[in-house]
Structure formats: structure tokens, C-alpha cells
Design a protein around this ligand. Structure first.
Ligand code: FNR
Length: 340
């Protein structure tokens, strides 16, 4: 039997890995040798809009929709429950069209009845589909992903992107949970952030480049036919500063190529309430198992506590006030684009 597209994405995401060219090496946290803090004073709880989170680490959207993906979602959900992390499921469109695969998503709510769980659909979704996706997993929020370049590289992908903004606007107006518009690794820049802000989208997830690379993944699935597109997209550091030039602090989730606590702390310090990680969690889960994933999440949180203690930032909001220096390509880009 042909391996499903969902499992091909998992396979190639792992095989190709993450370049970690997400631009965060351009962000320098200013050292504080007199922090006046102790580790037991650090609080990791945070808030994205009205969503109260006990940790700023979010397991970002990955999978569901094929039999083999159910165990991945189950194991991610177990760690999300044990660690109190918010978690998004992968695109639920397949389950809306074929209810037989809905259990591969529902397992996430079954394993984590009280956790923060985000539904996920593409911008082709109707209001009815959005309501059903939220209902399917009793989601606390809905992610709408934007992945134009991925679709174009996929031979079987969409070819028309007309009406995306209008459809998102209708969903935002009709749905009873917060809507998060996210990219999948090409970034959201200020022009698009303004468009999304104007239609009432209150939270975006920049999903910048430098991590899981869906241009490369789709090219690997079809023998690198369009490999000259593999560098498409804007690094996370830049996308974050672009989106934050439109959205207030606390409304822009950082994601794309974040793999450790230092990268997470830098992204938070720029003004994010939370950091989304997909590929890094998938790699630990698939190569080392669920206990290792739990330890990895522990290490991320302990690492954040260590960095926040060193900086003298007791909360994520304190991190937003911490001085940072922006260097290199990220600084140059911001200068050219007139972003402070
Ligand atoms: C994804 N991602 C994703 N995003 C989305 O909104 N819906 C989806 O169905 C999927 N599917 C998916 C499958 C796999 C295997 C991976 C690794 C990722 C994208 C993901 O949420 C994230 O935006 C990008 O992967 C960039 O973040 P990382 O992986 O660099 O941390």
C-alpha cells in the first residue's frame, strides 16, 4: 500500500531535519551580571490573547488523518498533558471529508481532557468546516494555516488562492474560539500582518523559515523537481519583528526552527507570548520515544528558567522588557524595511 501523504511529511521532515537558520543567532540577549533573582522566583505561565497557558512552549501542528499518525498524536498529547503544554493537531480537513480518520485527532482530546488544544485547517475551510473541526476535538482555539508555496510545489496541491482573506474574515466573525493564523515555515511579513489585523485576526504565528522546510519536503516527495525554491521564505527572527511592527506584544507566536531554550528565550524576548515547536518535538519522539520527549520538554523549561534567572526576568512579560541587540542580516533587513 502506498504510504500516506501525512506519513510522507513525517518521514521527510525527519530525514531533512532543520537548518536552524532561523535568524535567532542575530538576536543577542544583553547579559546581566547582577540579576537579583533566584530560580524559584521564575514563573513560566503566559497568555496568548485570552488563552491562559502554564508554559510558553507550544507543540505546534503536525499530524493526524492517517491510521499511522494516531500513535504520534497520542504520544504528543500524553507529553502535552504531563507537562501542561498547549498542543495543536495537524490539518483536520481529511477527517472532515472522511470521518473514519477522525479518531487520529480525537485521541488528542481523549488523552488530555483538560488541556489546551488547538484545531487546525487551511484557509480553504468554510465556517461549517471550522465549527466541525473545533467540535471534533473540543478545541480551545482554531489555527488556520497559510501554506501557498507548499501547495504550489505539491503536484496535487491547490492552484487557486483567491478569497483566502475573505474566508478567514468570515470564520473569525462566526467562530466562538480564538483564531490563530499561522504560516508553516515561510513567514508572515508586515503587509500580510496588516491585512490579517484589519479583518480582526487577533493572534498570528509567524512560522518563519529556518526549521522544517516544506519546500524541500515537497521537492523530496517528487524527486526535487522545483529544488530552486528550497530557500523560499523569511527567517523567523525577521518575520517576528515584521509581525510585531503591526501586532502588539503578546499577540505574535514565534515559530520556525526553534529547537532549544536559548532560541526560545530570544524569541520570547522580542515580544512573543509563546514559542511553537514542531520538527524538534517530532524528532525526539520518533528517534528516542515518549519518555525522551517528556525529558526534552523538561529540559526546555529548565533551560528557560535558567536563562530568565540569569537575565533577572521573572516572567515572560519581564523578558519583553529585557534589552536585546539585533545584529547581522536581521538588523539589515529591518533597516531596509523601516522596522524599529
Ligand atoms: C507540519 N506543520 C503543519 N502546520 C499546519 O498548520 N498544519 C499541518 O497539518 C502541518 N503539518 C505538519 C507536518 C509535519 C510532519 C511537520 C513537521 C510540520 C508545520 C508546523 O506546524 C510548523 O509551522 C513548521 O513545521 C515550522 O516549525 P518547526 O517545525 O520548524 O518547529
Amino acid at each position: 500500500m502506498r504510504i500516506s501523504r501525512k506519513m510522507e511529511h513525517v518521514h521527510y521532515a525527519l530525514e531533512l531535519g532543520q537548518s536552524r537558520q532561523q535568524g535567532l543567532s542575530d538576536i543577542k540577549l544583553v547579559h546581566n551580571c547582577l540579576p537579583e533573582t533566584s530560580t524559584d522566583q521564575i514563573a513560566l505561565n503566559t497568555q496568548i490573547g485570552d488563552l491562559i497557558m502554564s508554559s510558553p512552549i507550544l507543540i505546534n501542528a503536525m499530524t493526524g488523518g492517517a491510521q499511522e499518525t494516531e500513535s504520534i498524536n497520542r504520544e504528543l498529547a500524553i507529553v502535552a498533558r504531563e507537562k501542561g503544554l498547549a498542543m495543536a493537531v495537524g490539518s483536520q480537513m481529511s477527517a472532515l471529508k472522511n470521518t473514519e480518520v477522525a479518531s487520529s485527532y480525537r485521541v488528542v482530546r481523549r488523552e488530555n481532557p483538560n488541556g489546551l488544544i488547538f484545531a487546525n485547517l487551511g484557509s480553504e475551510a468554510t465556517v461549517d468546516q471550522a465549527l466541525r473541526a473545533v467540535d471534533m476535538i473540543e478545541a480551545n482555539a482554531l489555527q488556520i494555516h497559510l501554506n501557498v508555496m507548499q501547495e504550489l510545489i505539491m503536484p496535487e496541491g491547490d492552484r487557486s488562492f483567491v478569497g483566502m482573506l475573505d474566508r478567514i474574515a468570515v470564520i473569525v466573525n462566526r467562530i466562538h474560539v480564538p483564531v490563530i493564523v499561522k504560516e508553516v515555515g515561510f513567514g508572515i511579513l508586515k503587509e500580510n500582518a496588516k491585512q490579517l489585523h484589519n479583518i480582526g485576526v487577533s493572534i498570528v504565528d509567524v512560522g518563519g523559515s529556518g526549521g522544517t522546510n516544506f519546500a524541500a519536503i515537497e521537492n523530496a516527495r517528487r524527486s526535487a523537481a522545483l529544488e530552486w525554491l528550497n530557500d523560499w521564505g523569511t527567517p523567523t527572527s525577521i518575520a517576528l519583528l515584521e509581525a510585531l511592527s503591526v501586532y502588539p506584544r503578546g499577540s505574535v507566536i514565534a515559530s520556525g526552527g526553534i529547537t532549544n531554550a536559548l532560541e526560545a528565550a530570544k524569541a520570547l524576548a522580542l515580544g512573543s507570548p509563546a514559542v511553537g515547536m514542531a520538527g524538534a518535538f517530532l524528532k525526539v519522539l520518533r528517534t528516542e520515544g515518549v519518555d525522551a520527549l517528556h525529558r526534552f520538554a523538561d529540559e526546555l523549561e529548565q533551560g528557560l528558567i535558567l536563562i530568565m534567572t540569569a537575565l533577572g526576568a521573572k516572567t515572560v512579560r519581564d523578558l519583553w522588557q529585557h534589552p536585546v541587540v539585533i545584529m547581522g542580516e536581521t538588523a539589515e533587513w529591518c533597516r531596509v524595511r523601516g522596522i524599529d
